[in-house]
Design a protein around this ligand. Sequence first.
Ligand code: SD4
Length: 337
Amino acid sequence: MIDRRTFIKAGTAASAMLSVNELLGSGGRRNSVDGPIVISTWDFGVAANRAAWAVLEKGGHALDAVEAGVRIAESDLNNHTVGKGGYPDRDGHVTLDACIMDDRGNCGAVAALEHIAHPVSVARKVMEETPHVMLVGGGALQFALERGFEKEDLLTPEAAAAWKKWLQQKKYQPVINIENRSFTTEKLPGNQYNHDTIGMLARDAAGRLSGACTTSGLAFKMHGRVGDSPIIGAGLYVDDEIGAATATGVGEEVIRTVGSFLVVELMRQGYSPEDACREAVNRIIRKKPETAKAIQVGFLALNKRGEYGAYALQSGFSYAVCNQNRQDLLVRGKSVF
Ligand code: SD4
């Protein structure tokens, strides 16, 4: 795990270490690097970025990079918020949500998918091999099996134990910053954390943008609940003319504000990635001020020039940055509260 001393304040030391070009415009600092870049949410983004970088440094497509990257988080059984090993819903089902989007506006998604360890790859198949954008539940599973994905039991003994412990109290409360290992001491039953979606954005050597987002959603959610992560425009959006954005945190508020689309549209208006993310966070606060104080939502954005930034409701949000200068940077995101 990354020691918190390796965190670098966005826009301060990071600029120096990365030889970042700081461009002032539309009232905000802009961090940018030439060449390929991949950024992703939370601490586990560092390992995921490395897998994406292996694709990018060989001149590969950003789409292949983000798929390879987030699959690392999906495979990590110690991670109880993405893929196999994810915490189940209140009825004991592990249901996964994911989406992927490329530079040409192609996108695919799956929601409430059970028994398949790599939902992002099923989402990519939906994108490439069907006329549709999203498949859900039993239909998504049927499609995955037809495409040769293996049917697995995704509920690990650790996740089952945490669920049983949770059932003793049955109190559902998303807790601020429970997502982030580096900044919180609060944990759920099973000594684990509530939710950590991985959202990843990449620009490849040819300048093409792509993104992916994958999660097991909020731990112990209602059966059938789908968050923002598989919803194009909410959990992820890519517009190759402008930039890309992704979200993490309590998905209901991200869906309400169509958060990732909003961030991209703000960048279209000239906002820096960080300013666009901050404005999207402020939109959540304006719509539901009381709710916003009690939850976490973080946005992460990358524009066509390779400038990146993030903003969250609460402190404690982190994101990982990987480019030709450095592959393991973890940045502490700025926040309103
Ligand atoms: C959801 N946005 O299902 C996801 C959860 C998440 O950090 O991002 N947690 O609402």
